[in-house]
Design a binder for this molecule. Sequence first.
Ligand code: FAD
Length: 464
Amino acid sequence: MTTTSGGTTRLHDQMSGSVLGPADPTYDEARKVWNAGIDRRPAAIAQCHTEQDVQAAVTYAIQEGLEIAVRGGAHSMSGASAVDGGLVIDLSRLNQVTVDPAAKRARVGGGALLGDLDAATQEFGLAAPAGLVSHTGVGGLTLGGGMGWLTRRAGLSIDNLVSVRVVTADGQARRAAEDENPDLFWAIRGGGGNFGVVTEFEFRLHAVGPMVTFGLLFWKLDDGPELLRLARETMATLPMDVNIIIAGLNAPPAPFVPEQMQGQPGYALLVVGFEAVESHAAVVSRLRDQLAPAFEFVTPMPFVALQQLLDEANAWGFHAYDKGCYVDDLSDGVVAAVVEQLPKKSSPMSIVLFYPLNGAYCEVAEDATAFSGGRTSRFGVFIIAVSPTPELLQTERVWVRETYDALRPFATGAEAYVNGLTDFDDAIVHSAYGSKYRRLSEIKTTYDPANVFHRNANIKPHGT
Ligand code: FAD
């Protein structure tokens, strides 16, 4: 355990985990976040091991007037989990996952990564719906909604939450579920980290894998209009045991990519089959027959490998910025906007992604949770700039904004998904939550009247 000097000694004495200050040799490593463009120097980092540690850290920060940043997987592109001069409540040691295979439930520490969740649940052939990159935090991803490969089959991450334990701004640890603090439970399902520090998520699990079938089919830029129309038709009749994520990207430098195609911009359909191999094969062969791809890679793989497939392409240490929206369909207008904008990106790492939101996603009532993306069939669109240098990111930021503006006339429902946003000023947060903002603000007033937890897409309590 590290001892720090000065004002944090009192906190250190109350915690089982460490409290790091600027003089600590591991401080610089501990304050890093995924987005290399964020470089903040907190007064201290409380590395919590238990719920009691979180309570002590919250209480201490309030008493000392320190701004709080709650850190889960540290993937927020805006750097919401980092703060200058304040206290970082680092949950990365609270990453235990306990699975009850008979009940199909998992209890997941508030700082676990998706990889921790997948590893523990797949031991029993089970999974909770989460995102596409295994080093993302369960905490931030879930509190905003949580979209990924399993959204069609089993809904968002929040749709599978049974209960949570939350440390609220008064330092109390509470359980929230349908039958206990139901207002808080409603709010945290989509309302982000606004209502307290979640120390434990309890998820409902589904039978998945252990093997799935993966296919990456890649087309050149010129094929964009035809391919995106083909994707539209394919999605309309896609069997429920297959999912397709549509990407505008550069071909990776992978061994399965022909040398002359490596690094080339184009479009990929990432096709995943969860059950019968034949079902996946039929979708792939139909795509291939309708429009020959430049290359393809089709293989069985473990579900955990699927969940790690994009890890390296999304590694820590790059500069990033994103925006997004929802579109009902790949309409001709959407296709034209994407085809116009994709060739204009400058960084080979930047990407446009369309996540299908349909099936089980649409079975959840619109008002059941605070998530405000709308529950009719649609796509979640992520426009993501990633760059090795801050200079190139300046250019890419303009590309993201222009691509967003080009898609905006076709956007449906809420203006944005709070997990797919780097800038969140008040106007954007209001439009992201739409008519649910008022109720969220009332619940915020109950649980966090002084807006202690504000480093997020911030919902303001009344009177502030
Ligand atoms: P952090 O930066 O640690 O936290 C983000 C926010 O959540 C902060 O406001 C933080 O205070 C709060 N927070 C985190 N944990 C807790 C907790 N336990 N209690 C209270 N507040 C907490 N989103 C998707 O839906 N699907 C995807 O497939 C997907 N893929 C992604 C891949 C990459 C590489 C990246 C960078 C992002 C991706 N996202 C995806 C977006 C992601 O959901 C958000 O960035 C999310 O905020 C990350 O959560 P985190 O815990 O890693 O981040």
